[in-house]
Design a protein around this ligand. Structure first.
Ligand code: 5AD
Length: 454
């Protein structure tokens, strides 16, 4: 019999990407071939996101697309949209299986027990889930940087956020398992590991873990062959002097922190049920920069939260500029069913959200360019990731840089330690290597340059 084929697609955050890599591995172990989402397959998996209504909408589009590519295939939906609206998802045309957040490990059996016309719902109440679900397969992510999930769940209940309902209570992966995971990734050739979670800074709180985040990180500092260890999003309240001292100790710790601000206005922060004000945030960033002079600080910021008037938005913009973030992820507030803010008065007109979003995105680009500019003329280590399709070395070089491409005809991209994207001529032999790049110009919100051969 021909090998069965499975195709996955992933929406949303790094945790979802990590989990999709693990799901692929579960299928591989059962003899499936993993193929592109756009090609014919026997099974389609849509790993959904529901952080905003756009996540739901895109999830539905992908479900429809799977049905069109092969109407006879089994379509299984998992992820946060599936967990929070299982019946709605199950009723969508073409959906055969809905797999909740606590049942990922059983996905192959669930898919095989389904057949066209007999729908399977495997979704449990995540609020009672106390165990960190171990998933295999992190070694098979087809990239240079690998994600590793160390923590699951959130109990912060910010007033806008649906994620605590989708992901459940705090639980942490055992430190030995994290260490084994990192070692295994390094053995498979990954140079950079990004530690991810839903509330990563809460590592060790709730169930599992046994050590705190700083202890966990310290235990990973000397893994042989690990060039870079990056942390994904950390709440402002979770950043301690001990954590900063550890990151300041240098490699493998990347001089990059993603610290979600959400709003730069104290009234809005309070309504959001964030646990800090702008004064706290300002003092925090001063401490961070004092200990980590090269740090890049990126953030998430939301526009159009209920009650956000022009004056609040103006203060938010001014604060974002003052904080000198090196990149912004801008979100338009989206009311999520079951969250308090969905029923707050003063919901903002979508056109106003759109305008504010555009303005903040522009502010973000300007901040990114000015952060990048500090590297002009300098040489920085970059982890080489992949070729940029449709972009040749000749275009890259331009009139000023005619000698720099050397024999390379393709442009590659990679990141600095502090998360600035850099473009440079290179070849496949550079993939996964740390290259010293002499920076020659700003390119969009990143940099371009050329490899300095040692
Ligand atoms: N609407 C818009 N953005 C949201 N986020 C979380 N909930 C919502 C919502 N209801 C954003 C926050 C968070 C990021 C991952 O998603 O900015 O940091």
């Amino acid at each position: 019999m021909a090998e069965k084929k499975v195709a996955l697609t992933t929406l949303g955050c790094k945790v979802n990407q990590y989990e999709s890599a693990a799901l692929e591995e579960l299928f591989r172990r059962r003899g499936y071939q993993v193929v592109d989402f756009d090609s014919p397959a026997d099974v389609y998996i849509i790993n959904t996101c529901t952080v905003t209504h756009l996540g739901d909408r895109k999830s539905r589009q992908l479900i429809r697309r799977a049905g069109r590519t092969n109407p006879g295939a089994v379509v299984a939906v998992t992820g946060c949209y599936a967990q929070t609206a299982p019946d709605e998802v199950l009723e969508l045309e073409g959906v055969d299986v809905v797999v909740g957040a606590g049942r990922r490990a059983d996905i192959v059996d669930l898919v095989e027990s389904a057949s066209k016309g007999r729908k399977v719902k495997a979704v449990e109440d995540i609020a009672g889930c106390r165990e960190f679900e171990e998933l295999p397969g992190e070694s098979h992510q087809g990239r240079v940087r690998a994600y590793l999930k160390i923590q699951e769940g959130c109990e912060n209940y910010c007033s806008y956020c649906i994620i605590p309902y989708a992901r459940g209570p705090l639980r942490s992966r055992a430190p030995e398992s994290v260490q084994a995971g990192v070692r295994s990734l390094v053995k498979h050739g990954f140079k950079e590991v990004v530690l991810t979670g839903i509330h990563t800074g809460a590592y060790g709180r709730g169930t599992g873990g046994g050590v705190d985040l700083v202890q966990l990180l310290a235990s990973l500092a000397n893994v042989p062959g690990l060039a870079r260890l990056r942390l994904s999003s950390l709440e402002p309240n979770d950043i301690t002097p001990e954590l900063l001292d550890l990151v300041a100790s240098g490699p493998p710790f990347c001089q990059h922190l993603h610290i979600p601000l959400q709003s730069g206005d104290d009234y809005i922060l309070k309504k959001m049920r964030r646990r800090y004000d702008t004064g706290f945030f300002r003092r925090l960033l001063a401490q961070v920069r004092d200990k980590l002079p090269e740090v890049g600080i990126t953030t998430d910021i939301m526009v159009g939260f209920p009650g956000e008037e022009d004056e609040h938005f103006r203060r938010s913009c001014a604060f974002v500029k003052e904080m000198q973030f090196s990149a912004l992820h801008v979100f338009k507030y989206s009311p999520r069913r079951g969250t308090p803010a969905a029923n707050f008065p003063g919901q903002v007109d979508p056109r106003v959200k759109e305008e504010r979003s555009r303005e903040l995105i522009n502010i973000g680009h300007a901040l990114a360019r000015s952060f990048a500019a500090r590297y002009l003329g300098k040489t920085v280590p970059v982890l080489v990731e992949q070729a940029v399709p449709g972009f040749t070395a000749r275009e890259h070089a331009g009139p000023l840089l005619d000698r720099t491409a050397g024999e390379h005809r393709e442009i590659y991209e990679g990141l600095t330690e502090n998360y600035v994207r850099v473009f440079f001529p290179a070849g496949e032999e550079w993939r996964g290597q740390l290259a010293d790049i002499k920076v020659t110009a700003i390119s969009g919100t990143g940099l371009k340059g050329r490899i300095i051969y040692k």
